[in-house]
Write a protein that binds this ligand. Structure first.
Ligand code: BGC
Length: 812
């Protein structure tokens, strides 16, 4: 049936297909490929992870990074490159990754990830840029421009409010509309409007009771209508809950390969009027545009790339992202010939990327020990120093302390081990392992000239800071990160990175400490707007290292600030005696605001390179996001009129220049007039009472209890009423506990533990149908016999229907 109302770009092709063929095209054929349809000239395309390098699986494919992939360059992760505050660098990395992807015949590269870091404990923070949406959005836009310059598609993810790994496929992020818009969506808005990604990945979670992938507010009202996105929305792997609702509400392609069941679901939905054929056509049109566009680019692309050049880029990127957090007595940089003792397991076996779907099979991996050989430093020896899995080891500690006495300076490589940072699990604390802290103390006693070289993709508590003279944060530096670190330590590169997230003094100080990651299915975002520095600075909570902080081997002076409501200029001078780069940050504040807001917010930044003694004029533009706030009364962006402070500085806590500008307002009514919101007015949001949060939300707190339904997770099966389900839970729980004890994350088990029952039908390539899942749900409800019978009947039905369907698709 033809729909006159749709201006379809691919109308001619769509007309050649029957409804079943159309529906079939809207889900994947294998874990990482779409269905093709040769007769209509529709090719199949490949989608591959990921955010810091290509992970194309040539053999058995999975979405957790378990099976090996084709070798590719492993760039520093997003959390690292964010510290460069340099979208142009992001663009160069994106371009290199796009080149490698296209060379490997990948049409869609699944990244960058740009979720706002709500809590330091999110296990995937290493894959995300920042706690600030403006910085995240600008960095991600750079990546997307770079990736897409090769003709393929980037796929920013995970849209949206995906802030944790616990129950990641079935947790409901309950967040007020203003925080949703200002904090969790602004980064995506920037990337969509400024870099025009051809695809975007919807997240696993629900937002205010509706799955992101079938959320009309998110995908239609905001993404497509407000922001003008005209590309394809791809589900996260297994993230489709109700495929038909997804299609109706703007989700284009269900991944990975749900099999015939998903096709039948759509057919039935059209027959029953749940969705229309026009909905299917609209999604198919988006998909075909993507397929033709990127397939042509891939076909015409060279199969070669310069691996050495990409390694060099990865090294430069890591060096430009390294943050010097402490440098007492100017201990760094180290002069050639300095006698150094190298201590720490990470010097030999680097921690340079995170675990999970982003894990790249690196072309080569530099180690600190190897790179040191060409540094001009004089190594007196190496000691592993500690057990990587955290076991106390007095002999290793003693050996390290003895070695430390022989050197001028100790380079002590510490960090988080593999179990701490992985897709599929959140961290349980922000601590460095006790055995590493004890080692640091022993080494410092042996030699006070101790430099800590830190590998971690997320912030840490640093009560041990007094035990080192210098602290250099290399984050997760990618395959060439070790060389970059050596370049910084020796002064070949003058560090210029600045933190893209605040380092709190203690986890207990973080704003979401009581609500992360939720006790049940709903996760309460009670802290509202006050995430990261927005919280610490408004509530007056001291931190270890503020957002935007980072030292250099030189110094910079700021002067001559001139500002109006559109643009700001100032002069930055390098007042030291070596070349360096400074990241100039602009925050906006409105101390007399009537509509509550954080004490200050980042609204512009620039990185400026200066030779020793050189001065440059820096111009910062204030865009449409500079003064706006989301008004829940008018349901639109508004500006409160009056005077605003422009604060320019070297970090969020080191403001060097201020000016006041007058801004015309939009005269909207104050949405909070007459409401009692004292915690939100003061920013002291760690313990917002129920009633106040309900006032902010404009609704009652949703009920949170385990329900026995398709979305019950396997980790919740102990709440079921079936011995078989209890057994499954027991097995999984035992395996999970054992993997924690081993100190190595078992991603498969972790994934299954947090997986809802319905995902069985979404991730088994058609082997399990939703009917079978409904049988399992009956079983879990205590209808043991009927449940089991239903599973068996549905299984037989599924096999027959799948064979028939695949036959029809092949022969039609
Ligand atoms: C992750 C995505 C990833 C996908 C495919 C999912 O588990 O959340 O980020 O792109 O798998 O591997």
């Amino acid at each position: 049936m033809k729909k006159e109302c749709l201006p379809l770009k691919n109308e001619e092709i769509i007309q050649q297909l029957n409804l079943e063929q159309k529906c079939a095209l809207l889900s994947g054929e294998t874990v990482f490929t779409t269905r093709g349809y040769k007769k209509a000239g529709i090719p199949s395309i490949t989608l591959s992870d990921g955010p810091n390098g290509v992970r194309k699986q040539a053999g058995a494919a999975d979405h957790l990074g378990l099976n090996p992939s084709v070798p590719a360059t492993c760039f520093p992760t997003a959390a690292t490159v964010a510290c460069s505050w340099d979208p142009a660098l992001g663009e160069q990395i994106g371009q290199a990754m796009g080149e490698e992807a296209a060379a490997q015949e990948v049409s869609v590269l699944l990244g960058p990830g740009l979720n706002t870091k709500r809590s330091p404990l999110c296990g995937r923070n290493f894959e995300y840029f920042s706690e600030d949406p403006y910085l995240s959005g600008k960095m991600a836009a750079g990546y997307v421009r770079g990736i897409q310059s090769e003709g393929i598609s980037a796929c920013p993810k995970h849209f949206a409010v995906n802030s944790q790994e616990l129950r990641r496929m079935a947790s409901d992020s309950v967040v007020d509309e203003r925080s949703l818009r200002e904090l969790y969506l602004t980064g995506f808005e920037i990337v969509v409007k400024e870099a025009h990604p051809k695809t975007i990945m919807s997240s696993y979670n629900l937002i205010n009771g509706t799955y992101a992938n079938e959320n009309a507010h998110l995908l239609q009202d905001i993404l497509r209508k407000d922001w003008g996105f005209d590309g394809a929305v791809v589900t996260d792997w297994g993230g489709s809950n109700d495929h038909a609702l997804g299609v109706k509400n703007g989700s284009t392609l269900e991944m990975p390969a749900p099999g015939g069941d998903a096709v039948r679901e759509l057919l039935k939905a059209v027959e029953t009027g749940k969705i229309t054929e026009a909905d299917v056509d609209a999604r198919l049109d988006e998909l075909l545009t993507l397929v033709f566009d990127t397939h042509a680019a891939v076909e015409n692309h060279s199969r070669e790339f310069d691996a050495d050049a990409h390694h060099a880029l990865a090294r430069r990127a890591a060096a430009e992202s390294t943050v010097l957090l402490k440098n007492e007595e100017g201990l760094l940089p180290l002069a050639a010939g300095t006698r150094v003792a190298v201590i720490g397991d990470f010097a030999e076996t680097p921690r340079y990327q995170g675990a999970g779907s982003s894990a790249v099979n690196s072309i080569k991996v530099d180690t600190f020990l190897e790179c040191l050989k060409e540094s001009g430093l004089n190594s007196v020896g190496f000691a592993t120093g500690f057990d990587r899995q955290g076991k106390p080891d007095a002999a290793k500690k003693a050996e390290a302390a003895a070695l430390a006495t022989k050197a001028d300076v100790v380079l002590l490589c510490l960090g988080l081990d593999e179990i701490k940072e992985s897709e599929g699990l959140d961290r349980t604390d922000m601590k460095l392992a006790d055995n590493q802290i004890e080692l640091l103390q022993a080494v410092q006693q042996a030699n006070p000239n101790t430099v800590v070289v830190l590998s971690a993709g997320a912030s840490l508590e640093t009560p041990w800071l007094t035990h080192c003279k210098a602290l250099v944060y290399g984050a997760l530096g990618g395959q060439a990160g070790a060389g970059a670190m050596v370049d910084v330590l020796t002064g070949k590169v003058n560090p210029s990175g600045k933190l893209a997230e605040t380092w709190a003094n203690a986890y207990e100080h973080t704003p979401a400490k009581d609500n992360f990651a939720g006790k049940g299915r709903t996760v309460q975002y009670r802290e509202g707007l006050y995430v990261g520095y927005r919280y610490y600075q408004t509530a007056g909570v001291p931190v270890a290292f503020p957002f935007g902080y980072g030292l250099s081997y030189t110094s910079f002076a700021y002067s001559d600030l001139k500002a109006d409501a559109h643009s700001v200029t100032l002069t930055v001078k390098n007042t030291g005696n070596r070349a360096g780069s400074e990241i100039v940050q602009l925050y906006i504040a409105k101390p007399d605001a009537k509509v509550f807001r954080p004490a200050q917010e980042l609204k512009a930044f620039a990185k400026v390179q200066l030779a020793a003694g050189e001065s440059k004029t820096v111009t910062l533009t204030l865009d449409d996001k500079a003064f706006r706030y989301w008004n829940t009364k008018t349901d639109s962006w508004e500006v409160e009129g009056g005077s605003y402070e422009i604060r320019v500085g070297a970090s969020s806590a080191d403001i060097r220049l201020t000016a006041v500008v007058e801004v015309a307002g939009t005269e909207a009514p104050n949405p909070y007039a007459g409401k009692s919101l004292p915690h939100y007015e003061s920013g002291k949001v760690q313990s917002v009472p129920d009633a106040e949060w309900e006032t902010l939300m404009g609704c009652l707190i949703p009920e949170d209890k385990v329900r026995i339904d398709r979305n019950m997770t396997l980790g919740e099966l102990n709440h079921s009423r079936s011995p078989i389900c209890w057994l499954v839970w027991l097995v999984l729980h035992t395996l999970l506990t054992a993997s924690y004890k081993r100190g190595k994350p078992d991603l498969n088990v972790m994934f299954q533990y947090n997986m809802p029952l319905r995902a069985l039908a979404k991730m088994t390539n058609g082997a399990i149908s939703m009917g079978m899942v409904d049988g399992i749900v009956m079983e879990a409800k205590g209808f043991w016999i009927i449940g089991l019978c239903r599973v068996i009947v549905e299984a037989v039905k599924n096999v027959i229907l799948n064979v028939q369907l695949e036959g029809r698709l092949r022969n039609s």
